[in-house]
Write a protein that binds this ligand. Structure first.
Ligand code: AP5
Length: 218
């Protein structure tokens, strides 16, 4: 198993989740996405879910302290000992600093920050067709990446559903939050020499090939 830390950065619907899972499967490293952890908490009606729900439905970021605490807690589990793939974290400067401090304490290094870009109109088109598995979180698209049987997850047989924050209005809010809060991180990782820029407009397979080649994954 290869080690190291990989970060997936990009606007909503750029394909971060789709591609992070492919790298995770290939390298045998855990895929950690705060968005998935938060959605599970909302579904379960836990105190975390109750606190996060309003922010998520409005397309705003869940407060830093909460997200940093749940994400770093998850990254302390034994499966993340030699490395992991974080998808949708960090999203603010404060989150980036918290992650970097935690990596330093654990003598782990960032191998690469995969930055996937797409324009807002393409994101709206994609997200209107996105379907996610209620049980395992696998992501499909009604046209671009359909499951074998409509409404049923290929991987676990779970039921597919449409996310509540995938309406056009909320997608536009998520995009502007991304531009204000997350875009500054691109420069940060560029200066660190870690940034790998990929255009997310091509097919899933084409984007996968570009990422694997940039990360030197065979
Ligand atoms: P999160 O779940 O992280 O959502 P997001 O960042 O908006 O990203 P998406 O999941 O929408 O898109 P993606 O880039 O992963 O694309 P995907 O692969 O699914 O966050 C949701 C909310 O949680 C936030 O708004 C916030 O409230 C909260 N939150 C999460 N993290 C937080 C943090 N760090 N701090 C604070 N709050 C946080 O693909 C999208 C669709 O396109 C799918 O249908 C897929 O099949 C399809 N597709 C993918 N690639 C292609 C391709 N190349 N061609 C055609 N279709 C494609």
């Amino acid at each position: 198993m290869a080690g190291g830390v990989y970060i997936f950065l990009g606007p909503p619907a750029s394909g971060k989740g789709t591609q992070a899972v492919l790298v995770s499967e290939k390298l045998g490293l855990p895929h950690v996405a705060p968005g998935d952890i938060l959605r599970e908490a909302v579904r379960g009606g836990t105190p975390l879910g109750l606190e996060a729900k309003g922010y998520m439905q409005a397309g705003r970021l869940v407060p830093d302290d909460l997200v940093i605490s749940i994400t770093l807690e998850r990254l302390k589990r034994p499966d993340c000992k030699t490395g992991f793939i974080v998808d949708g974290f960090p999203r603010t400067l404060k989150q980036a600093e918290a992650l970097e401090k935690s990596l330093k304490d654990r003598a782990l290094a960032i191998q690469g920050v995969v930055y996937i870009e797409i324009p807002v109109d393409a994101a709206i088109k994609r997200l209107s067709g996105r379907r996610s598995c209620k049980a395992c979180g696998a992501v499909y698209h009604a046209v671009f990446n359909p499951p074998k049987v409509a409404g049923v997850c290929d991987k676990c047989g779970g039921e597919l559903y449409q996310r509540q924050d995938d309406s056009e209005e909320v997608i536009r809010t998520r995009f502007s939050v991304y531009e204000k809060e997350t875009v500054p991180l691109i420069e940060r990782y560029k200066k660190m020499g870690k940034l790998i820029e990929v255009s997310g407009g091509a097919s899933v397979e084409e984007v996968r090939k570009m990422i694997f080649s940039s990360l030197k994954i065979k």
